[in-house]
Design a protein around this ligand. Structure first.
Ligand code: NAD
Ligand code: GLY
Length: 367
């Protein structure tokens, strides 16, 4: 099944398809997946950027898939983990692209989770002032969020995702079968972003998640396919309306203000992105209740779904000052205000600029 990211205005030409299926990336692939690749313009040579784990599990299958599609790969295998999303590995990718004389008409293929998608996408956005790239995600988080919408970038010791660009892929190919080997913790990690869509953008979807989380987390293929399709459709709709985050797209940052601070305070180790976002969503919902935007019942439902999914639900015990200092690194900070996404009952949201004094007092109260 296909979902279109249909960009408007001068970005119209950057529109693209997301193809979702089960077992579509294989050595005898034919039909829709090959059509999508052709329509994206991918032919000849491509630089495949992946990680050790993904290469170990699927390197051979992927090479055969590309061979069948008549694409000759140059494979770059990067270490696993968030610390790969760094200037060091970006520089390594540039070195290899230059060494192998990649040209403007050629492609980068991001084959892995969000870390690979973000760094490979940023390399594509900047090498030769931009070469083509496609996303073939292999984690739930990348399926439902990072592979779609064109946010690319790397981390800086001073903060997460501080260096980056909006740069859309030419297509996204999601094969649910890759999730068969995904560790349980990573599956739950991606599920946090799925909860995000339901909590602030689609109340019915949230109810579906409340009723089906066990089935989904036990890797029921239909359940997984449904949540990936719905999440991509919700995200595509938001990106179609506001590609460069001038307004509406910020809603996708629900849970991210405190979430990014948690990641920073843990030095991008210990806690995973989705886990940090789960904590951040609970915090944002607590603030929403405190400011009268949602009821205690809404807060409880969000907390319960997060807890039931096996995601962390407790705000870590850093001090309010540590949180505030980490939050000040956020891209959404202006003077002493930070733009928060709050939940306005399940399926709805409101943007609110919050003063750091208020956040400090609130943190003091709850920690
Ligand atoms: P990740 O890319 O680090 O992948 C998690 C781990 O799973 C890695 O060790 C990876 O090698 C392994 N793995 C990947 N696929 C596998 C498979 N099929 N089977 C077994 N193991 C597999 O983490 P992630 O959660 O996918 O992505 C997190 C990153 O995404 C963060 O850097 C975050 O900032 C970014 N992100 C970006 C956006 C965006 O819009 N660009 C949105 C959300 C998150
Ligand atoms: N993950 C947030 C966004 O893509 O805007």
């Amino acid at each position: 099944m296909k979902i279109r990211v249909d960009l408007s205005g001068s970005a119209k030409d950057n529109s693209y398809d997301i193809l979702i299926g089960s077992g579509i990336v294989n050595a005898e692939a034919a039909g829709e997946v090959i059509d999508v690749i052709k329509q994206a313009g991918l032919k000849g040579r491509a630089c495949v950027i992946t990680t050790e784990t993904v290469n170990g599990l699927y390197g051979r299958l992927f090479k055969n898939f590309l061979k069948n599609a008549r694409i000759e790969p140059v494979v770059l295998v990067l270490p696993d983990g968030e610390s790969t999303k760094s200037i060091k590995y970006l520089s390594y990718i540039y070195d290899e692209l230059i060494k192998n004389r990649f040209e403007r008409g050629e492609f980068i293929i991001a084959f892995g989770g969000g870390v690979i998608g973000d760094i490979a996408g940023y390399a594509a956005a900047t090498y030769l002032r931009g070469i083509n790239f496609i996303q073939i995600p292999t984690t739930l988080l990348a399926d439902v969020d990072s592979s779609v919408g064109g946010k690319t970038g790397i981390d800086h010791p001073g903060g997460k995702n501080l260096i980056g660009a909006f740069y859309q892929p030419k297509c996204v190919i999601i094969d649910v079968n890759f999730l068969d080997t995904l560790p349980e913790r990573e599956l739950k990690n991606g599920f946090a972003e799925v909860i995000k869509y339901g909590a602030v953008l689609d109340g019915e979807f949230f109810i579906y998640l409340e009723n089906n989380y066990e089935k989904i987390l036990s890797r029921d293929k239909d359940g997984l396919t449904h949540i990936i399709r719905r999440s991509c459709a919700i995200k595509a709709d938001v990106v179609n309306k506001d590609e460069k985050e001038a307004g509406l797209r910020s809603v996708l940052n629900f849970g991210h203000s405190l979430g990014h601070a948690v990641e920073t305070l843990y030095n991008y180790k210990t806690v995973k992105h989705g886990e940090a976002i789960a904590i951040g969503m609970i915090f944002a919902s607590m603030v929403s209740e405190d400011l009268g935007f949602c009821t205690g019942e809404t807060l409880n439902r969000i907390k319960t779904l997060i807890k039931n999914s096996g995601l962390p639900a407790k705000i870590p015990g850093f001090t309010p000052v540590e949180y505030i200092n980490a939050m000040k690194l956020d891209k959404k900070v202006e003077s002493r205000l930070i733009k928060f996404v709050l939940v306005k009952e399940i399926g709805g949201f409101v943007f609110k600029e919050l003063d750091f004094d208020y956040i400090h007092e609130f943190l003091k109260k709850i920690l």
